[in-house]
Design a protein around this ligand. Structure first.
Ligand SMILES: Cc1cc2nc3c(=O)[nH]c(=O)nc-3n(C[C@H](O)[C@H](O)[C@H](O)COP(=O)(O)OP(=O)(O)OC[C@H]3O[C@@H](n4cnc5c(N)ncnc54)[C@H](O)[C@@H]3O)c2cc1C
Length: 324
């Protein structure tokens, strides 16, 4: 019998995130039937986009009030009830801020195992690969339980699966009286550009940037590269950039195709967040820096000379393309 799994859908700008589509592609490649759980104001539950990736069923979870949909405890309870209604016992999410908020709550509700930052999940023998000891080693776990939860490392770049015609099932979340947590409001942080979890290219800065203003060099280059900008913990602790940009053991775990580390020495804790990148380029003055030693390519020199030159070249190439 074909296995089935649930996928929690995260969206950005009214569309399903690419990293979520990556998880669906990953499951479809293993011939697992996918049931999507969507908490969204979008009435069609993203049926067109999810259908194009071979999702069979969509549970569109609706709340009576917006504030209830934003309450993390109510959200977890609603997804749990929708899973039970759907007969889904295995749920995949992302190792993203949303996933880190939702998945542990769900696992706690079901008293079930949860593995985060998964790179491979085998649903036949129930083994799962993830990083351990700050990314120094790969761990293989076997999980056991009536319900199972997995947070995938974002960005599985896989072939798009065959399309399906999904069944759209509206699911009305139970109204709940306010509990210990109430949603008060939402404040958007300053525009930091692209989402690091979703980015295919990331350019990051560390202590070598010297101050927050100099990060503008990276933002300028990122615009040309269509990249997101990340940072080391030093840059965050110094108050140069917000925590949402931190890559590493205590920050985001990213998985882009290309990671450019500028003025970052390459501590074990930084590598823990980016070592699975497809290609790593170091820009550093120190040939002995671990980032230089472990990069696929490196540029030995002053980032304040190298990055503006790179940006200029990319700009010139873009103009050349337009006029060609
Ligand atoms: C429990 C714990 C958790 C942690 N979590 C994280 C985490 O999530 N993420 C993280 O990043 N760190 C984390 N850290 C901190 C980590 O140990 C390092 O201190 C940190 O990563 C170093 O940041 P850095 O590479 O920017 O600075 P440094 O190690 O000081 O390196 C600066 C680099 O810049 C280079 N440089 C200087 N000037 C230039 C220039 N003009 N041009 C080019 N290169 C230049 C230098 O040669 C050097 O290699 C954690 C530490 C602990 C103990």
């Amino acid at each position: 019998m074909m296995q089935q799994a649930g996928v929690f859908i995260e969206e950005t700008d009214g569309r399903v995130k690419d990293s979520v589509l990556g998880v669906i592609s990953y499951l479809r490649q293993k011939d697992v039937a996918c049931c999507a759980f969507v908490i969204s104001g979008s009435p069609g539950g993203h049926a067109e986009q999810l259908g194009a990736y071979g999702v069979h069923r969509i549970y569109a979870i609706e709340f009576q009030e917006e504030a209830q949909a934003r309450n993390p405890q109510f959200k977890a309870r609603a997804v749990a009830e929708a899973m039970q209604a759907a007969g889904v016992t295995i749920l995949f999410g992302q190792t993203s801020p949303t996933g880190r908020d939702l998945l542990p709550r769900l696992a706690a509700l079901f008293d079930a195992p949860l593995v985060m930052d998964c790179t491979e999940v085998d649903l036949e023998d129930l083994t799962v690969s993830t990083s351990a000891y700050s990314g120094k080693t790969e761990a293989l776990y076997r999980v056991r339980g009536e319900y199972l939860f997995f947070g995938m490392r974002p960005n599985h770049h896989l072939k798009k699966p065959a399309a399906a015609n999904p069944e759209l099932i509206p699911f009305h979340a139970k109204h709940r009286d306010a509990n210990g947590t109430a949603f008060i409001g939402k404040t958007d942080t300053a525009d930091q550009g692209r989402d690091l979890n979703e980015a295919k290219v990331i350019i990051s800065g560390g202590r070598g940037l010297k101050n927050g203003e100099n990060f503008q060099l990276l933002f300028d280059c990122a615009r040309e590269l269509e990249a997101a900008v990340g940072a080391s913990r030093v840059a965050v602790d110094e108050g140069w950039v917000p925590y949402t940009m931190q890559v590493g053991q205590t920050g985001l775990k990213v998985n882009p195709r290309l990671y450019i580390a500028c003025g970052i020495s390459g501590s074990v804790q930084h590598f823990a967040g980016m070592k699975t990148a497809g290609l790593i380029i170091a820009v550093n003055t120190d040939p002995k820096a671990p980032m230089v030693k472990n990069a696929d390519y490196y540029l030995l020199g002053d980032l304040f000379e190298i990055i503006p030159k790179l940006t200029q070249k990319l700009k010139a190439r873009a103009v050349g393309k337009k006029t060609a």
